[in-house]
Write a protein that binds this ligand. Structure first.
Ligand SMILES: Cc1cc2nc3c(=O)[nH]c(=O)nc-3n(C[C@H](O)[C@H](O)[C@H](O)COP(=O)(O)O)c2cc1C
Length: 212
């Protein structure tokens, strides 16, 4: 079916894309305000766009016309931590998405312990199997509806159990048991089921064609 997205309003345009561009990884963003009080919230307009230099982007919308707390904190401090969400923390992640007032520490409300980061002020979530310490590089405004943050990853923490060979950075992602976000409202997927397929060069592809 054809959809002329130019004719859709903000809500429908979001719905169409958020239901078709799936699954999306979830950046569980921890920031600090001026006084050092942490804030946490999930963001699924997220991915990495360069491995070297290590660059990630996150899309943050507005809440009642105002920047969300995560963006307000990142704009001021230029630092944050992206934690990835394992399936056993789904409920806790969901709790941190509640639009509490700015003074509320969602990590405390969700009962999540944190541990110090290495290079940035915001802490990381102790039970998250992947934490990326990030520094803001660029803010790209998206019309009047939000911003895209471009950031460098400055430190990476992976839970020991998922590291197969540290020197070669060889991980076993099945041990991370991460969640992906599906369509709204409220659908998620596990990342436990996978299959392997090698990317081919021209010669390999020709050989495969000949072999039938
Ligand atoms: C799984 C999930 C993914 C989300 N992704 C985004 C996103 O990519 N961009 C966004 O603006 N809001 C997103 N939200 C909504 C924010 O998490 C929500 O507005 C939150 O209250 C923002 O908190 P903050 O003001 O503390 O930053 C998402 C919510 C959930 C549950």
């Amino acid at each position: 079916m054809y959809f002329d997205i130019d004719k859709l309003d903000q809500k429908l345009s979001y719905k169409l894309l958020a239901s078709s561009i799936v699954p999306r990884p979830i950046a569980w963003v921890v920031t600090c305000d001026d006084s050092g009080r942490p804030n946490a919230a999930p963001y699924s307009f997220f991915n990495f766009f360069s491995g070297f230099p290590p660059v990630i982007c996150i899309g943050m919308g507005l809440q009642r016309g105002e920047p969300k707390d995560s963006y307000a904190n990142i704009k001021a401090s230029r630092e944050f931590v992206v934690n990835l969400v394992p399936s056993d923390l789904a409920e806790e992640m969901n709790t941190t998405a509640v639009p509490f007032p700015r003074t509320v520490n969602e990590l405390e409300v969700a009962g999540l312990a944190t541990t110090s980061s290495t290079k940035v002020r915001p802490p990381r979530i102790e039970r998250s199997p992947v934490a990326l310490e990030c520094r803001l590089n660029q803010v790209i405004p998206v019309d009047t509806t939000g911003v895209i943050l471009v950031a460098h990853v400055v430190a990476v923490h992976i839970k020991d159990e998922a590291v197969v060979n540290a020197e070669k950075c060889y991980l076993d992602p099945s041990k991370l048991d991460l969640l992906g976000r599906m369509e709204s409202p409220g659908w998620y997927t596990h990342t436990r089921e996978r299959f392997k397929m090698k990317q081919l060069g021209v010669e390999e592809w020709e050989r495969k064609e000949k072999e039938g």
